[in-house]
Design a protein. Structure first.
Length: 150
């Protein structure tokens, strides 16, 4: 045991210097500065994907109502962000259909002059907002991310 300690002292095993430790810390800091914004953008893209998925689900429900009743729904409404979208058929005794949406997603519905409809969706945590950047679904124009008419 004493021989190992003496050998260690003779070889001057002193560990890392302060400069070496600082260089490693700086490298880790640079990598974190690059990775964190990329991660945050990926989260926003994931939120936007959930909005797109919800728009497709609501559109499928509306299309089902149109096929069953041969009429556009009487109402398509959402009471608050993240609440279920309620699709009410335009028939004598309507049974409303609740379409669940992801947390904080907002979906709006508007009938277009050409007989189709437009859905707009956004989430405050994503890239799409309640302005010109909202994600759209145009039933007569080709689906997702197609601008809706007046």
């Amino acid at each position: 045991m004493i021989s190992r300690i003496r050998k260690s002292i003779d070889e001057k095993d002193q560990g890392f210097t302060l400069i070496e430790l600082l260089v490693v810390m700086i490298i880790i800091g640079i990598l974190a500065a690059i990775a964190i914004p990329v991660f945050l953008n990926q989260r926003k893209s994931a939120v936007d994907s959930s909005v797109k998925s919800d728009l497709r689900t609501v559109a499928t429900t509306i299309e089902t109502v149109v096929v069953d009743t041969q009429k556009q729904p009487k109402t398509v409404a959402q009471t608050a962000a993240g609440a279920a979208v309620v699709v009410t058929p335009d028939v004598a005794s309507p049974t409303a259909i609740d379409v669940k949406v992801s947390s904080d997603n907002v979906v709006t519905y508007k009938v277009q002059a050409d007989g189709g409809y437009c859905l707009k969706g956004y989430n405050a945590s994503g890239n799409a907002k309640n302005d010109g950047t909202a994600i759209t679904y145009n039933s007569t124009g080709g689906g997702l991310n197609v601008a809706c008419g007046a």
